[in-house]
Design a protein around this ligand. Structure first.
Ligand code: FES
Length: 163
């Protein structure tokens, strides 16, 4: 079938995709890991990515759309260059996660779920990221920052916004 999709993986991720397919019993089962791979490349999942994954995994686009809406880890709108996830689950909550979140919101001038005007940072809340012993914690892109104080958060934000 002729295709008009405009999303393509770069060569390195193309190889990763082959790898993913070789690890799953069937193409459909590779839908979620493949979505992650695409999101890694362009940071959010748009209709082009959905069409791409549907074709590769041999499933209807409605199926892929369903997966994307179900899992909160998939971005359905453009996100900033960096993503800050503030854990809000019990251990972190007990150790001041709320204060930490408000501090970030104030410093960045946005609410969680939003992106700074310059497109640099998206702030979000997360469910337990499995570092409860080091609460409170945040994840910046894929890096964990643990046992946080507000001063330490300021340092992390400074480094991110390049001040
Ligand atoms: S509660 Fe925050 S990492 Fe588990």
């Amino acid at each position: 079938m002729g295709s008009t999709m405009s999303f393509a993986l770069n060569p390195e991720r193309e190889r990763e995709m082959e790898d993913i397919f070789s690890r799953y019993p069937n193409k459909q089962a590779a839908c979620i890991p493949l979505l992650h791979l695409c999101q890694e490349q362009q940071r959010w999942v748009n209709d082009d990515v959905i069409a791409f994954v549907a074709e590769k995994c041999d499933v209807p686009t409605a199926h892929v759309k369903g997966v994307v809406t179900f899992y909160s880890l998939f971005n359905q709108a453009p996100v900033g260059e960096h993503e800050i996830w503030v854990c809000q689950t019990l251990s972190c909550a007990l150790r001041g996660a709320d204060k930490l979140l408000h501090h970030c919101e104030k410093r960045l001038g946005i609410h969680h779920g939003e992106t700074t005007k310059d497109g640099k940072i998206t702030l979000r809340v997360a469910e337990c990221l499995a570092a409860c012993g080091q609460a409170p914690m945040i994840m910046v892109d894929k890096t964990y920052h643990e046992n946080l104080s507000l001063e330490r958060v300021d340092e992390i934000l400074d480094a991110l916004v390049g001040k």
